[in-house]
Design a protein. Structure first.
Length: 285
C-alpha cells in the first residue's frame, strides 16, 4: 500500500525556495535533504497534484504530497525518557545521555524518542521533531532539535554560518598548558579548537587529570577527541584515540556538550542553554 503525507504551505513564505530546500524536515518519510531528493527523482513528490522535480519552486499556498510504499504493521514507539532543557513551538534542546545514537537506522535513537518527549508544534509547518546536529554515541549533553520545517532550515543555516557556539567539557590526561588553540586538519580539512583548563588534580594512574573547557570553531567528526589526543592529552575513557596503557574501561567517555549559545531564529532572543556536568565528572575534581 502507499502511505501519503500531505503538507500545506503557508500562504506566504519569506523567500521562494526550491522544494528540496523547503521540504527538509516536513515529511517523516524524507527527513533529510538527500532523502527528499531521492523521493523527487523517483517521482513520489507532487505539488498541486503535479509531479515535482528538484527545480520546482515553492512560493506559498501550495499543497505538497509525498507518496511512498510502506508495509502494513503497527507503528512502534520508543519509550525512552529524555530531559528537556528548553522547549517552545519552534525548537527544543534536550540532554543526550551516553550510549545512544542521535539518529540512524537503529530503533533506539534520540530521533525516535523525541515525539514521546516533546509537545507537538501547533504552527502550520509543525513536523516530527528532528535533531539538527550530532553528538557521538558516548558523548553526553546539549542537543538542538527543530520542531517545524522552517525552524529546521533556520537552525541548519545558523550552523552553516557558524552562528551557534558550542562549549564542551572534557577530562584530559597528562600535563598541559593552562590554555591554547589547536589547529590541525581532521580528515583533510582545517579544524580549530580553543581550550582552557579549569581544574587539575594529581592521579596515581594517569599522572594528571584536567577538567578542560573546549570551544570548537569548526565541527569535524571526532574533532575534540582527535585534537586533544594530537597534543598528547587524550580524553579519559577514549578507546579510539586514547594512549595504550591509559585506557579507562567501564566508565564511558569523559566528554560532555555543556552549552549552546545562539540567537533564536524566530523570537530573536539570545539563547544560552546548558546541561550540568555529569556527577562522574564532579567526583574526579
Amino acid at each position: 500500500m502507499n502511505l501519503t503525507e500531505i503538507h500545506n504551505v503557508p500562504a506566504t513564505i519569506p523567500t521562494p525556495l526550491r522544494i528540496q530546500e523547503y521540504g527538509v524536515g516536513i515529511f517523516i518519510g524524507a527527513q533529510t535533504k538527500s532523502a527528499l531528493k531521492k523521493k523527487l527523482k523517483k517521482g513520489l513528490v507532487s505539488v498541486n497534484d503535479e509531479t515535482a522535480t528538484t527545480a520546482t519552486m515553492i512560493s506559498g499556498g501550495e499543497c505538497i504530497r509525498l507518496s511512498a510504499p510502506t508495509e502494513v504493521g503497527p507503528e512502534k514507539k520508543l519509550v525512552f525518557p529524555l530531559k528537556v532543557l528548553f522547549e517552545d513551538d519552534h525548537l527544543a534542546v534536550v540532554h543526550k545521555p551516553a550510549g545512544i545514537l542521535v539518529s540512524g537506522n537503529r530503533f533506539k535513537t534520540i530521533a525516535n524518542a523525541l515525539p514521546q518527549n516533546l509537545r507537538p508544534s501547533p504552527l502550520p509547518d509543525g513536523t516530527r521533531p528532528q535533531p539538527v546536529h550530532r553528538l557521538d554515541y558516548p558523548t553526553t549533553g546539549t542537543l538542538l532539535i527543530g520542531k517545524t520545517s522552517s525552524s529546521i532550515r533556520a537552525l541548519n543555516g545558523l550552523f552553516a554560518d557558524k552562528r551557534i557556539s558550542k562549549e564542551y567539557f572534557a577530562v584530559a590526561i597528562g600535563n598541559m598548558d593552562k590554555e591554547g588553540i589547536i589547529v590541525a586538519d581532521v580528515d583533510g580539512k582545517r579544524s580549530e579548537s580553543r581550550y582552557e583548563v579549569h581544574h587539575s588534580v594529581a592521579s596515581e594512574r594517569f599522572s594528571r587529570l584536567n577538567l578542560v573547557a573546549v570551544r570548537p570553531a569548526t565541527g569535524r567528526r571526532h574533532q575534540i577527541r582527535r585534537h586533544l589526543s594530537g597534543i598528547g592529552n587524550p580524553i579519559l575513557g577514549d578507546k579510539t584515540y586514547g594512549t595504550e596503557g591509559l585506557i579507562l574501561n567501564g566508565k564511558g567517555l569523559y566528554l560532555h556538550a555543556h552549552s549552546l549559545t545562539f540567537v533564536h531564529p524566530f523570537t530573536h532572543q539570545e539563547m544560552v542553554v546548558t546541561s550540568e556536568l555529569p556527577i562522574r565528572f564532579e567526583k574526579l575534581f
